[in-house]
Design a protein. Structure first.
Length: 271
């Protein structure tokens, strides 16, 4: 284990990651459209070594390894999710804080699916990732656009707040899923970290899962799961039943459809 600066995020994700691991197959089903964006980028040219930042249970890491034949390394601060990733194999998985970890090798591609929004100091983090990238290597990640463009997440946050009204609202400028919604700021962060040829493009996708998987999904990950963990165990069945109805607008003919808006961000390491 290397040095770590994102201690709060590490503690949070080691706890929350257990829920993600429990429903990792559902998560991969739901987030596959965003995984495919990264796999497509990785497949555009030959790759030798690929780094996946905030790899979670490793679905994107494995998919890129399979598509490209590259040596792939997934890095995350959550040991609970990495344990699930290692069970599948297909890549190397390392517990480390990507903001400060001294990577022993250099990569020709660095990717992330929703894993770079949680840095304590994003400029320092992207500068560190640049050090781990070969000259001319590439960066590609997807990150959420605004909460309004991601109504499923907005609904989950609203429901969680109703369950735990005394919990302070997250700092909008701190680490979190919407920390990189401002494209101009994201460009400044990357350029401040030394990256060049920054391109930020909007992408819209609709994710889906069968209706019967909605309750397991909500119960194990995201703000609703966090709120349920803080509630008395005897109350949880009643709470999840009441929560489920708040998501009726996303259910169509037995399928949950989740519209999402993301930024697809690419950059290059200077030669």
């Amino acid at each position: 284990m290397t040095s770590e600066v994102n201690t709060e995020q590490s503690a949070f994700w080691n706890t929350a990651g257990r829920g993600w691991a429990e429903v990792q197959d559902i998560v991969e089903m739901v987030l596959r459209p965003y995984r495919d964006l990264l796999v497509r980028t990785a497949s555009q040219r030959p790759r030798r070594r690929v780094l996946d930042v905030g790899c979670g249970t490793g679905g994107t890491t494995r998919a890129i390894a399979e598509a490209t034949g590259a040596d792939c390394v997934g890095v995350d601060i959550s040991e609970s999710m990495l344990a699930a990733a290692r069970e599948h194999g297909g890549a190397q998985f390392v517990r480390a804080d990507a903001q400060v970890h001294a990577f022993e090798e250099r990569f020709d591609l660095v990717v992330s699916r929703f894993g770079v929004m949680f840095f304590d100091d994003p400029v320092a983090a992207f500068r560190n990732l640049l050090r781990a990238t070969t000259p001319g290597g590439e960066l590609c990640f997807v990150t959420w656009r605004t909460a309004e463009e991601n109504p499923f997440m907005t609904t989950a946050s609203r429901v969680a707040a109703s369950l735990l009204p005394d919990v302070p609202a997250p700092d909008p400028d701190g680490p979190g899923p919407f920390s990189l919604v401002d494209a101009d700021r994201t460009r400044q962060v990357l350029e401040g970290g030394g990256w060049s040829e920054v391109e930020i493009r909007p992408e819209d996708r609709v994710c889906s899962m069968p209706e019967e998987l909605l309750v397991p999904y909500l119960s194990n990950m995201g703000p609703v799961a966090r709120a349920l963990r803080e509630s008395p165990e005897s109350e949880r069945p009643r709470l999840i039943e009441s929560v489920r109805g708040e998501f009726d607008a996303f259910v169509h003919n037995g399928e949950v459809r989740i519209p999402g808006g993301v930024w697809r961000v690419t950059a290059s390491a200077p030669l």
